[in-house]
Design a protein around this ligand. Structure first.
Ligand code: PLP
Length: 378
């Protein structure tokens, strides 16, 4: 027998999370998560899932029937889209202007697709002209994939224009909305987005680990006419819908044991978003971003992304010359219980990423961050 490990209960400190996610979780959401666990096929739970579906539809602004929360984080939402839609040999135009566009490319290749990469510099939005040129040069492309809000740089791309281009060239659009959902305008049906995924831990201020996804009727038709089986059993939408409910009206059946309490949390966070109203939430993120921007500018910090395509919820600023990245972040964590994000990929060691997401997009957070940075940089 191994010795009995004597370990105290884990008691995390109360931090202020102003990195790229997870964001500060709403107290109501934490409370919802600790309600009694019931069975994942309990009629009351199934009723809650129906409400959850309509809340996700509201957040995405879609009437898509195939709308649900994948029982895993944003990366699984990404995989759900690629593994269900793309068949071996099919061509996908993938836009890459940061870490997550590159992750999309890797997904395409892993499912046996052919990725045609459209590159933009880190910090720039996806250029619609470049995308159009790639669509013209590749008339056999079946998909256009891009990241709406690139968390690695803080750049917002023009999803409406990109999806219009996809439609004009008869492509199915696959959109990463992990960081955009709830923080900036996103209109799935109006913009003609075909497949979209997000994450619970950013502007929804829910606990991490869930990924809302939605598929348009065009995307569903593509899934239903596949000639090869979906490589992943767990992420196969046709199987998952047996549990989330499909248009056949068939009784729901066991697929996997749903993360019951995490789904209570998502239900609560989306309920809070609906109560606030999407447009109010977008305006709040923008207002707090402007406050933060002014303060950071006064501290002499400069932004990685041009104003026109800057995300309010993810503020990437260059680390001033002579300042040690890790020392400052450690100081903020230890002295202020404040987390800001390090740079990722090409921006590692060069930039900080300051999140203003969901519950975190509020005056107290802006004030704390500015005060802490001012003291650390002086
Ligand atoms: N896509 C984007 C734009 C992200 O920011 C992230 C996470 O930060 C992901 C995908 C992956 O999400 P997760 O870390 O929840 O798997």
């Amino acid at each position: 027998m191994l010795p009995v490990p004597i370990i105290p209960a884990f008691m995390p400190p109360r931090r202020t999370l102003m990195g790229p996610g997870p964001s500060d979780v709403y107290p109501e959401v934490l409370a919802a998560q600790s309600r009694p666990t019931i069975g994942h096929l309990d009629p009351l739970f199934v009723g809650m899932m129906d409400e959850l579906k309509s809340l996700i539809q509201y957040a995405f602004q879609t009437k898509n029937e195939m709308t649900l929360a994948v029982s895993a984080p944003g990366s699984a939402g990404m995989e759900t889209c690629f593994v269900n839609l793309v068949e071996p040999g099919e061509k996908v135009i993938v836009c890459r202007n940061g870490v997550f566009g590159e992750r999309m490319r890797q997904n395409v290749e892993r499912v046996g697709g052919v990725a045609v990469v459209v590159d933009n510099e880190w910090g720039e939005p996806v250029c619609p002209d470049k995308v159009e040129a790639a669509l013209v040069a590749n008339p056999d492309a079946k998909f256009l994939a891009f990241v709406h809000a690139e968390t690695s740089t803080g750049a917002l791309s023009d999803a409406k224009t990109l999806c219009t281009l996809a439609q004009l060239h008869d492509c199915i659009s696959i959109v990463d909305a992990v960081t955009s959902l709830g923080g900036v305008e996103l209109l799935v049906d109006e913009w003609g987005i075909d497949a979209i995924y997000s994450g619970s831990q950013k502007c929804l201020s829910c606990v991490p680990g869930l990924s809302p996804v939605s598929f348009s009727p065009k995307a569903v038709a593509k899934i239903k006419t596949r000639t090869t089986p979906v490589q992943s059993w767990f992420l196969d939408q046709t199987l998952v819908m047996g549990y989330w409910g499909n248009d056949s009206g068939a009784k729901r059946s066991y697929h996997h044991t749903a993360p019951v309490n995490a789904l209570y949390a998502l239900h609560e966070s989306l309920r809070l978003l609906a109560n606030e109203g999407l447009e109010n939430a977008w305006a709040r993120h923008r207002k707090m971003h402007l406050l933060l921007r002014d303060g950071l500018t006064q501290l002499g910090l400069t932004f990685v992304v041009d104003e026109a395509s800057r995300l309010p919820q993810l503020n990437a600023v260059y680390i001033p010359e002579g300042v040690d990245d890790a020392t400052v972040r450690k100081h903020l964590l230890e002295e202020y219980n404040l987390e800001i994000g390090a740079g990722l990929g090409a921006l590692a060691g060069k930039a900080w990423r300051i999140g203003l997401m969901g519950f975190g997009a509020r005056r107290e957070n802006v004030a704390l961050c500015l005060r802490a940075l001012q003291e650390s940089l002086s």
